[in-house]
Every structure is written in C-alpha cells, then in structure tokens.
Design a protein around this ligand. Structure first.
Ligand code: AMP
Length: 369
C-alpha cells in the first residue's frame, strides 16, 4: 500500500506485466508500419514512461513528438481539457500514431482527435497502453491497446493523482476498503431522506436517493422521467432494470466519494443482488444496512402531512400510500433476511426527535469503524 495525498493505493500491475503489454503493442505496430517512418505522438504527461519503453521496444525507423493535454482534476475526469502543448508542425503525408497512457470515457481523446483534424496526415491511429473498454464511449476506434482494465482509478508508470505517483514503476489502484457504504432501509416516511441529509455531512458520504433521482428526471422531462412517472404516480415500484442502471450511473459519477448512503435502494431481491455484484466489481461492498422502524399509522400520518407541502402526488392519497406499503411488504421487507444472512442488518427505532434518531444511527455507523 502507498499513500498519495489523502488516498491509499494498492498494487495492481507489476512492472513485468506492463512491459510485456508495451512490447506486445510495439510488435503489433511494427507489423503494420516497419516499412515506413511513422510519427509517434506521445500525450504528456501521463504517457511519458509508456513512450520511453515503447520506443525502446520499437526498433524500426520512426519519429517522435508530443502533445500535452490536461483533464483530470483529482479523481474525476472533469471534461475540461486544456491544450498545453500543441500538435507538431508539418504532418503532411505522415502516418501519425498517438501514444496515450489511458483511454477512459473518451473525452480527452475527442479533444486529441480534434487537435489533429486540420492536419493532412496519411493515417491517424490511436494506441493506448490502458483501455477502460467498459466506460469508453466508442466514438473513435482504438487501433492498438495494451491492457483492458476496469474503471478504477489508477496511478503509477506516468499516471498521477494530483501530480503524485508518476515515478512509480508499477501501477497501483485506489484502495476502496476503507470506504463506508450504507443502505438506509425502511418504509416510506420512515425518515430515510431526512437522516441521510445529516449522516452525509457527518461522515462525508455521497447520498443517493433513487426516489430523488426519479423526481429530478420527471421534473426535467427526461426519457427516464417519463417512464418512471407512470409507476411512481400509482405508488408502484419502477422496474428493476431501469432502477439498477440508474443507480450504477449515480455511483459511477462519484469515483472519489468516501462512501455512499443508498436511500430507497435496494427495494427488491434483484436490486440487492445487483448492488452486491456491482460493488464487488469495483472492489467495494455494503458495510451495513440500517432499518428505521416505525408503525404504519404513524407513517401514514407523516406522509399525508408531508404531501401537503411536498407536492408529491404519491404522498397525498392514502390509497397510494397503502399501496407503497404493500409493495414494501411484498418486495422490500424480504431483504431484511438477505442482509441478516450477511451479518449486516441493524435495526433502529425511527420514532423520536430527529437528532435523537441521528444519534442512534451514528452509534451503528461508529461501531463499523
Ligand atoms: P421514495 O422517494 O424513496 O419514496 O421513492 C418514490 C418512488 O420512486 C417509489 O414509490 C417508487 O415508485 C420509485 N422508486 C424509488 N426507488 C426505487 C427502487 N429502488 N426501485 C423501484 N422503484 C423505486
């Protein structure tokens, strides 16, 4: 394990594995270009080590140049790409092969391709050492790649976390095991959203409320919103495929979160299993599921009261509220056993002053650390 700034990283790829991938790429490219003199254009700063090792492995005539772009700020790709060193002059008739350290969403790549769009090159190819195929938008073909990697944050071998880590000979990945991921469980009206609001501040967690995401989409008239509205208006659950994909997107949007509070997710066995599998693929897990318990009559009264000001149609009609409870009892309540089996289920009394309840939840969370 190594620490860079505030984050801990664990070993991921050994130097031999990296060099073998670089050698394999050099061989493939040589097969296509050894009879001409291609121009390799390295993308600084990240590709510095890759370019050096690549050239040592590519022993045929070639030219070398660099461009410099910058897009990462911290751990997320911000989408703001700056050109810090422009394309080489006189590219006419040349075969240009870009040497990138990593291709992920494709945003940096788009900028890169754009930089060369006015050059009258003979051929334009893209070679990347690391390729996150699962998140790549697929806009341009990736002609050569070294290693296909999952969407985890990596450092080393030229790649940095806020400028540290470039000089590491091996590649490390962000260690997620000190993350805290909580599922807040409970019937509609139990106070999940209210409590999540306090807990996210106290423990620096990202709060994902699937209900809020749906309402946001409904308000903005997105395709997802239109689809979800018909279910939500009746107090039915939105289909699993839709909800699961949406949840994954929300997690992906926050790669630097110290942990998540899942509020209103999972609500079915399929969602619980999908969450476990998804988190496992990202080297994460649910640390605890905490249920806020309260009797139905109290909850109905709370929801009707909330409905007066929230404008939520599903809060204003007792039949719809009772239908949401039925959905809960049939589909969500069985998850208690699912999490009990994993030893992760905690129950908290959801009746009392708001700060008293926050205290009860905090006691559970503190016991996890
Ligand atoms: P909430 O704000 O959590 O009470 O959710 C409001 C409504 O959004 C629910 O009644 C469902 O129609 C829908 N919804 C929210 N989360 C989920 C989920 N995990 N699965 C299916 N439907 C959901």
């Amino acid at each position: 394990m190594i620490k860079l700034h505030d984050k801990v990283f664990k070993p991921y790829l050994k130097e031999e594995q990296i060099l073998a991938a670089v050698a394999k790429m050099a061989k493939e490219i040589a097969k296509d270009y050894k009879d001409e003199t291609p121009l390799f254009v390295g993308v600084l700063n990240g590709a510095l080590m890759f370019v050096a090792d690549f050239l040592k492995a590519y022993q045929h005539p070639c030219e070398v140049s660099f461009v410099r772009l910058s897009s990462y700020q911290g751990l997320t790709s911000t989408g703001i790409v700056e050109t810090l060193l422009d394309v080489p002059e006189d590219l006419d008739g040349k075969s240009v092969i870009i040497l990138e350290d990593v291709v992920d969403t494709g945003r940096t790549l788009k900028q890169l391709v754009h930089l060369f769009s006015n050059a009258k090159v003979k051929e334009f190819k893209i070679a990347t050492l690391f390729y996150k195929s699962e998140v790549y938008n697929g806009e341009y073909p990736i002609d050569y790649f070294g290693i296909d990697i999952p969407d985890n944050f990596i450092v080393g071998y030229g790649l940095d976390y806020n400028e540290l880590g470039r000089n590491l000979r091996e590649v490390y990945q962000l260690n997620q095991s000190d993350m805290i991921n909580l599922v807040l469980f409970g019937k509609p009206g139990a106070g999940k959203g209210t409590q999540a609001g306090f807990l996210k501040e106290k423990y620096n967690l990202k709060h994902i409320s699937t209900g809020d995401v749906f309402r946001y989409n409904i308000k903005n008239g997105t395709e997802l919103g239109v689809l979800a509205k018909s279910y939500i208006d009746k107090g039915d659950l939105v289909p699993d495929e839709v909800t699961i994909d949406m949840l994954k997107d929300e997690v992906e949007k926050n790669p630097d979160a110290a942990g998540f509070i899942f509020d209103g997710f999972p609500r079915t066995a399929a969602q619980a299993e999908a969450l476990d599998n998804f988190l496992e693929s990202k080297d994460m897990k649910v640390n605890a599921t905490i249920a806020l318990e309260a009797e139905d009559d109290i909850l109905v009264a709370r929801l009707l009261e909330r409905g007066k000001s929230s404008g939520r149609s599903d809060d204003q009609d007792e039949d719809k509220i009772r239908n949401r409870f039925d959905e809960y009892n049939q589909k969500t309540a069985p998850l208690k056993a699912y999490y009990e089996k994993q030893g992760k289920f905690h129950s908290v009394n959801g009746i009392g002053d708001i700060d008293e309840i926050t205290e009860r939840l905090s006691n559970v969370i503190d016991s996890l650390m």
